[in-house]
Design a protein around this ligand. Structure first.
Ligand code: NAD
Length: 287
């Protein structure tokens, strides 16, 4: 069994990205910049943004945090997003999810300008994705594909089963794997007999937030497993896959932590850099 280490892959990829950013920052006399909006003090979100800040600093992206109170109003948050949309110093932004229930998440995500949508969640960016056009891909699916590329895994002709159909992971990753020539099965909470869809899969991506939803009885020997899930159980971070057992059968598998997580952050860095390049090139064209 081979471990698909997101930690190792992202370390190498960040080095390459850092070099590109150094050169581009000299050329355009400006570094890329990412604004992160955090509402409240959700401990998991605080930990995620810490990782994002560290990664930005490492590659030379200016990181700016807007930390708002839990009871911030919809109007205040909308005003901030509109200001950041207009701020020429900011190339990209994200709204760290989840946000408190009194806020309209979908509306706020779509308010982030498509040109600054570092998470690739904007309806237009997702529309481009489904039409197989160049776009800003959602960070986690982009990271997953980046990880497969790093380990030179060609999915063309493979049977790929994705468990989970969310707009930010399951559904876009299915589309991206299909674009690469895999034959796709998408399972979700209403799927009957999950095993019948996983047992013949060559590659399985699991993104449900349900610990141990994928067990050894459900997979064939030599399967490739990508575990996106993040669950805190008894103070320990675990994925959606019964790693100890499935790893005995799989040919390749991602660990949790250290698998998809670091690649998601890398996806965000790449998106920020791509948006920055778009802005710099469009400034030159408009002169
Ligand atoms: P979500 O809650 O939006 O979606 C979960 C999906 O799982 C749904 O489509 C649902 O239909 C499916 N599901 C639930 N129970 C199921 C069952 N019994 N059988 C089959 N399908 C079932 O979650 P999400 O945002 O897609 O995230 C999924 C998991 O991935 C979470 O644990 C989240 O924390 C994690 N995540 C990790 C990263 C990372 O960087 N590692 C990034 C994003 C999300």
């Amino acid at each position: 069994m081979m471990l698909l280490s997101g930690r190792k892959a992202s370390k190498a990829l960040k080095e390459t990205l850092k070099n590109k950013i150094v050169k581009a920052s000299e050329k355009y006399s400006k570094s890329p910049s990412l604004a992160v909006i955090l509402v409240g003090d959700n401990p998991a979100s605080l930990s995620y943004i810490k990782g994002k800040k560290k990664a930005c600093e490492l590659v030379g992206i200016d990181y700016k945090l807007y930390h708002l109170k839990e009871d911030v109003s919809q109007f205040e948050l909308e005003t901030l997003i509109v200001e950041l949309n207009q701020d020429e110093q900011i190339d990209a932004m994200i709204l760290q999810l989840p946000i408190p229930k009194h806020l309209d998440e979908n509306y706020l995500i779509d308010l982030i300008s498509r040109e600054k949508d570092a998470d690739g969640f904007h309806v237009v960016n997702q529309g481009y994705l489904y039409q197989h056009k160049k776009t800003i891909y959602p960070a986690t699916p982009k990271g997953i594909i980046g990880l497969l590329d790093f380990y030179q895994i060609n999915v063309e002709g493979m049977n790929a089963t994705i468990i989970g159909r969310s707009n930010i992971v399951g559904f876009p990753v299915a589309r991206m794997l299909m674009d690469r020539g895999a034959t796709i099965t998408v399972c979700h909470s209403k799927t009957k007999d999950l095993k019948s869809h996983t047992i013949n899969a060559d590659i399985i991506v699991v993104a449900t937030g349900r610990p141990h939803i994928l067990t050894k009885e459900m997979v064939k020997s030599g399967v490739i497993v990508v575990d996106v899930g993040i669950n805190r159980v008894d103070g320990k971070l675990i994925g959606d896959v019964d790693f100890d057992e499935v790893s005995k059968i799989a040919s390749m598998i991602t660990p949790v932590p250290g698998g998809v997580g670091p690649m998601t952050i890398y996806g965000l860095l790449e998106n920020t850099f791509e948006l920055y390049l778009e802005h710099q090139e469009s400034k030159i064209k408009s002169f």
